[in-house]
Design a binder for this molecule. Structure first.
Ligand code: AR6
Length: 179
């Protein structure tokens, strides 16, 4: 599903974050050490190849809410933005830290001139953030941040499961109705 808001396309699709060749940047749900790990991070490093880990090494560690940007190596994109989401119930305040991931990622796109970016549902896997509040934070933060990132014209949320897709579809539909 796709909606337009002030010249920006916001969309959600079910799929794999490593298979978004039309996006200039993709976002990694990273760990603090910026190592491969499982989930999104494992998939991104697997496709990008070992050069990504080498580029990440001097940038680590990062703290919850922070993000850093690298090249995409063998991925079909220009950039990977590595965000460390909060571990739910551990890193506090979880909502503010999760919002910071989305905000910082978009600001990095703006700085680098990347006009399109794909996000996974940061923190909703191994880090245990409940899907509905995480989705609200993702969508609301992106909408608010885009007002000061005029170079970013397309944001895609890439969801692994049908349940998470549905959650994003419901929120984007509501946002489209409210204008
Ligand atoms: N494409 C899109 N979404 C995916 C993919 C994929 N290829 N794989 C999983 N998801 P997670 P986190 C979904 O666990 O919660 C790693 O080991 C998944 O279903 O990747 O931020 C890191 O090294 C879930 O909804 O990220 C960290 O240690 C969402 O993406 C830790 O996990 C995020 O799942 C980060 O945990």
């Amino acid at each position: 599903m796709k909606i337009q808001q002030q010249g920006v396309t916001l969309e959600c699709v079910q799929g794999d974050i490593t298979r978004q060749p039309d996006m200039e940047a993709i976002v990694n749900a990273a760990n603090g050490a910026l190592l491969p790990g499982g989930g999104v991070a494992g998939a991104i490093h697997r496709v990008a190849g070992p050069g990504l880990m080498q580029e990440c090494r001097p940038l680590a560690p990062i703290k919850p809410g922070e993000a850093v940007i690298t090249g995409a190596h063998q991925l079909p994109n220009r950039y990977v933005i590595h965000c460390l989401g909060p571990v739910y119930g551990v890193d506090d305040p979880a909502d503010g830290l999760l919002a910071s991931c989305y905000r910082t990622a978009l600001e990095l796109c703006e700085q680098k001139g990347a006009s399109s970016v794909a996000f996974p549902a940061i923190s909703t896997g191994i880090f245990g953030y409940p899907l509905e509040p995480a989705t609200q934070i993702a969508v609301n933060t992106v909408q608010a941040t885009l007002t000061h990132c005029p170079g970013v014209k397309q944001v895609r949320f890439v969801l692994f499961s049908a349940a998470s897709l549905k959650c994003y579809q419901d929120l984007l539909a509501k946002m489209a109705m409210e204008g």
